[in-house]
Each structure stands twice: as C-alpha cells, then as structure tokens.
Design a protein around this ligand. Structure first.
Ligand SMILES: Cc1cc2nc3c(=O)[nH]c(=O)nc-3n(C[C@H](O)[C@H](O)[C@H](O)COP(=O)(O)OP(=O)(O)OC[C@H]3O[C@@H](n4cnc5c(N)ncnc54)[C@H](O)[C@@H]3O)c2cc1C
Length: 333
C-alpha cells in the first residue's frame, strides 16, 4: 500500500492539478467529502449536522498560497464563513491553516491575518479558531505563532500529530489550550516520525491518555478508528473523566453512522467540514490514507462523462483517474 500512499501524496502536492481542479469545483466524487463551494451549501450542511446533535468545524480549503493578495483573499473568505455561522446561529467554529494565510513566504503576514480572524472571532462570542497542523517543516511556525497569540486569546488551539516523536512534548507544553489529537496525515521521515501503524497507534493512545488526565482545556480526539474510540471510552470510564471534557471528531463524509451512534451516546461530537474550490489536495490526502473510503467516489471519478466535464484535466486528469481505478482494483483483490 505504501506505493499508493506515496503517489496520492505526490498528486496532492501538484500545483498544476490543484489549480486545474479549482476551476471545476468539488466533483469527481469529492462532493461526498467536501460540503460545496457556496455559503448556502455550507450552512445547509451545518444545519443538517446540528439537527443530528453534531457540531461542525469548517475548513476553508486552500493550498499553494504564494502572494499577499492570495493570503488576504483566504482571510476574507474565512471571515465571510464566520459571519455566516454567526448570522445563521449554527453550532460551528473554524479550522485554519497557516499556509493559507501566507506563512510559507511571510510568517508575520500569516500571524497578522490570524490575529485579525481571532479578533473577529471574539466578536462572535469567542468562536474557537483551531490551527490545523500541516507538514513537519511548518510545525515550528505554528508553535511560534501560537506562543504569540495564546496570551491574548483564549479561543485559539492547535492539533498534535501522534506520529511525531515530539507529540508527547507538545501535549506537555500546552495543557491550557484546546487541542485536537490526530494520528497525522502527511508523509514524514523516520528521523522525526513513527512509520508503522502499530507504533503510531501506541503513541496516539499514550498522548490521548496523558492529555485527558492532565488537560486544563477541552480535548478533541479526531479519528475514524473504532478501536481507538472504544479504548478512549473505556479509559474515560475507568478514570472518571467527564464527557464534558472532550469530544470525538471525524471528517465529513466518513463513518457517519458511527459518528451518529457516538453522538447519541451523549458524547460531544464534531464533524470537520471542508468547504470551497480548493478540494483536490484534500481529496488526494484522504485517498492516500485509505483508498477504500472513497470507493463510490472513485467509480464516478473514472467515468468518461466526468472526464469530459473536466476536460481541463486533460492527460494528467486521465492518468489520475487511471491510478485511482487501479488502486480500487488492487484493494478489491
Ligand atoms: C477531524 C479531523 C481533523 C484532522 N486534522 C488533521 C490535522 O490538522 N493535521 C493532520 O496531520 N491530520 C489531521 N487529520 C487526519 C489524521 O491525522 C489521520 O490522517 C486520519 O484521521 C486517518 O487516521 P484515523 O485516525 O482516522 O485512522 P486510520 O489509521 O486511517 O484507520 C484505522 C482503522 O479505522 C478503520 N477505519 C478508518 N476509516 C474508516 C472508514 N471510513 N470506514 C470504515 N472503517 C474505517 C479501519 O479499520 C482502519 O484500519 C484529521 C482527522 C480528523 C478526523
């Protein structure tokens, strides 16, 4: 499976494909895991989830921001989503990526953009703003920005990736912040990150337990892994940890039935809802993690009608489609 993971991750980093995909909006099956690209579509999705006792964190999709203008535009889009969340009184907050706000070429600009978002969030009743973690080489930037902001704002937090050897240190560093704990989505080197599922799962459980015992703020356990979820529930029972202290999270479009069951059991539950035109890299990362997740989408991906509709993909689009088809065949074996 490693080879497919590498290829999908490589595709996710391809700026030509990402730009081409932007022009056609979330389709090719991505519409099953991305909540549209207009505010009314997004609000409709949030309302539906809220009616089912599920809260939402919105991710305004975006990659490859290389100019100040693009970063300002991304910030503007985030502010518009926040305004809509407030205006429609839906239960939702924001997940943002520093790279979208300009950190890859000007960290100070990204900091200022995020600060503006946090100031606005305060006006909307301290809406929580989560800084998503990205590749390891940007982690230091997140820490730097977070350390500058955490004194001024109570509504900012981040994500700890369990595959990192440093994950436990980060858990210890931020007991007072709201944190999301995940396994980690990017391909990282063995010099900094665990490589096998067994090692990652073991470290994930270790940091979740430590965090739940020591946290002075809310914790989000973000996984689709029922073994981890069951373990966490049992651990909470044995250690008298209140359901109020934490929540489970999953990505939009994944394991909806399990999500609903957990919410019905009285746990807080939040679904991470990606939104917007820049869906391609997100979609490829989800395929890299678990191609079976998207078997229905993949069928649509590979049809001639879809490929005709998105002619902008040309030869590269067709090779992506073939690759996805090949992966599905491989997985069926
Ligand atoms: C809400 C949320 C936010 C995230 N934010 C970040 C972030 O900021 N930074 C980052 O690096 N990563 C983030 N991630 C991604 C995360 O790091 C993992 O890459 C991703 O969640 C896959 O790992 P997993 O824990 O779900 O379990 P996996 O290891 O992918 O799956 C474990 C097992 O669970 C079962 N399973 C998983 N999915 C399904 C399914 N759809 N149907 C049936 N069974 C299934 C299978 O038995 C599988 O073997 C986020 C994930 C979530 C859910």
């Amino acid at each position: 499976m490693g080879v497919f993971k590498n290829v999908f991750i490589t595709l996710s980093n391809n700026s030509y494909l990402n730009n081409a995909a932007k022009q056609v909006g979330p389709r090719l099956g991505a519409n099953k895991v991305v909540a549209g690209n207009t505010i009314p579509q997004l609000i409709e999705t949030i309302e539906y989830l809220n009616e089912n006792k599920i809260s939402v964190t919105v991710d305004n999709l975006g990659e490859f921001v290389t100019t100040e203008q693009e970063s300002q535009q991304a910030k503007q889009e985030i502010l518009e989503i926040m305004e809509a969340i407030s205006q429609y009184h839906v239960d939702a907050h924001m997940s943002v990526k520093l790279s979208l706000l300009g950190s890859e070429f000007d960290l100070e600009l990204a900091y200022q953009n995020l600060r503006e978002i946090l100031l606005k969030a305060n006006e909307y009743g301290n809406m929580h703003i989560n800084i998503d973690t990205e590749k390891y080489d940007s982690l230091q930037q997140i820490i730097e920005v977070l350390d500058r902001l955490k004194g001024e704002f109570k509504n900012v937090g981040t994500v700890i990736q369990a595959y990192l050897y440093d994950a436990e240190k980060l858990i210890d560093k931020y007991p007072e912040l709201r944190l999301r704990l995940v396994k980690g989505a990017y391909k990282e080197d063995a010099s900094i990150a665990y490589q096998t599922k067994e090692e990652i799962d073991a470290n994930y459980i270790k940091i979740i337990e430590k965090r739940l015992l020591n946290a002075r703020n809310f914790t989000s356990v973000a996984t689709h892994d029922h073994n981890i979820i069951n373990h966490v529930k049992q651990f909470m029972k044995e250690n008298h940890i209140e359901k109020e202290q934490m929540e489970f999270q999953m990505l939009y479009g994944f394991r909806s039935e399990l999500a609903q069951t957990i919410a019905n059991e009285g746990y807080h539950f939040t679904v991470y809802v990606p939104y917007g035109d820049d869906w391609f890299a997100y979609f490829m990362r989800r395929l890299a993690e678990r191609p079976q997740n998207l078997s229905l989408a993949v069928k649509e991906f590979a049809t001639p009608e879809t490929l005709k509709k998105v002619g902008v993909f040309s030869a590269i689009g067709i090779s992506v489609a073939s690759l996805v088809g090949l992966t599905t065949k491989y997985l069926r074996k």
